[in-house]
Write a protein that binds this ligand. Structure first.
Ligand SMILES: [Zn+2]
Ligand SMILES: [Zn+2]
Length: 353
């Protein structure tokens, strides 16, 4: 009996390529090969669809590439110069890796390091095999044998929330408002609780997502109009800090009304390239700090791993949908549909080592 040539072909793999802002295609290509003794070849186990990877203006720039940066896989080949990963181990790897030596890295701003910006996985997480270049393998990869691949795929998104909290400085204040309760908002709630905030309020128009916000530890949940009413009540002072999820100028401006004088508003998502009108006089006299938080670095991914490993944050309720790579188009369409869809994962093989 003849088997299909693909099944026996150990030199090829499937990868999902973006062909247009809404179109994905699976193609069969040669597997990447290690280019030095300090590299790693992963057999992909799971890759999450990032909410950032659903913004059309972003996807337009990414046509003909392989997306996917929330990824974990089994070490298939380990270069002889790498000691911290053993063949067969489940490994987390970050898409970007800083040099840890330049002025940005030394100042604790690794996402502004030239190496961080230049580095990337080959070809990306939505592929059956991934070549991990030396800098990514060295600076931001580690074994995660005590996690399942599905939970491991949430390390990167949780690390973005961990970083947003870290941007507030040493002592995280008590009272937070988290605006938007998609996956990232829910992770922001969990990270705020884990960082020590005692009173977290969540704002979200969708009723189901507000329920999730409660499950993730929010003390009070509001629709945007309910919180608007709350802010008009006598004696309302506002929260110590607000984390704004949606990349919407209107929501950002509205969120400035939720923070107390002297407080901080964390901008968690970019707005499309349109200017947002802000009242700087109001910001000045109220001494409001606007703190953007973009992506995450090696410190944040390790902290996120700790939170997951110790059970301080349970991300399993967030994983609502799983697809094989052949159904990549359905996976993205589902991720875009919102409502009860939270984290969509592409899972590879049977998920086992
Ligand atoms: Zn992401
Ligand atoms: Zn650097």
């Amino acid at each position: 009996m003849q088997e299909s040539p693909l099944a026996k072909d150990t030199a090829s793999m499937r990868q999902a390529v973006i062909r247009g802002p809404k179109t994905f295609e699976v193609e069969v290509v040669p597997r990447p090969a290690l280019q030095s003794g300090a590299e790693l070849l992963l057999r992909t186990a799971a890759c999450g669809i990032c909410s950032g990877d659903l913004m059309e203006w972003y996807l337009e720039r990414k046509v003909n590439t392989v997306l996917g940066h929330e990824v974990v896989g089994y070490a298939d080949e380990v270069g002889p110069d790498l000691e911290h990963v053993k063949p067969g181990q489940l490994v987390f790897v970050h898409h970007h890796a800083p040099c840890m030596e330049c002025r940005y890295c030394r100042a604790g701003d690794p996402v502004h390091c030239a190496s961080w910006r230049r580095s990337k996985l080959d070809p990306g997480g939505m592929a059956e095999y991934i070549r991990v270049p030396a800098i990514n393998a060295r600076q931001d990869s580690f074994a995660i044998d005590d996690l399942t691949p599905e939970v491991g795929a949430l390390i990167e998104p949780l690390a973005c929330s961990v970083k947003a909290l870290a941007r507030l400085g040493e002592r995280v204040p008590a009272h937070a408002v988290v605006v938007g309760c998609g996956v990232m908002g829910l992770l922001n709630i969990a990270a705020a609780k884990a960082a020590g905030s005692s009173e977290v309020w969540a704002v979200e128009p969708d009723a189901e997502r507000r329920e999730y916000a409660r499950r993730f530890g929010a003390e009070r949940v509001f629709t945007p109009w309910e919180l608007e009413d709350e802010t008009r009540k006598q004696g309302f002072e506002g929260a110590d800090y607000v984390i704004v999820g949606p990349g919407s100028p209107e929501v950002i401006v509205q969120s400035l009304g939720y923070v107390r004088n002297g407080g901080t508003v964390v901008l968690f998502t970019p707005t499309p390239s349109v200017p947002t009108a802000l009242d700087f006089c109001d910001l000045y006299f109220r001494e409001i700090s606007l703190v953007p938080s973009y992506s995450c670095g090696p410190q944040d991914t390790r902290r996120a791993y700790e939170l997951l490993r110790t059970g301080a944050v349970d991300v399993s309720p967030l994983i609502t949908h799983r697809f094989p790579i052949d159904e990549i188009q359905r996976a993205y369409n589902t991720a875009k549909s919102g409502g009860d869809v939270l984290k969509v994962l592409v899972v590879f093989g049977d998920g086992s080592a």
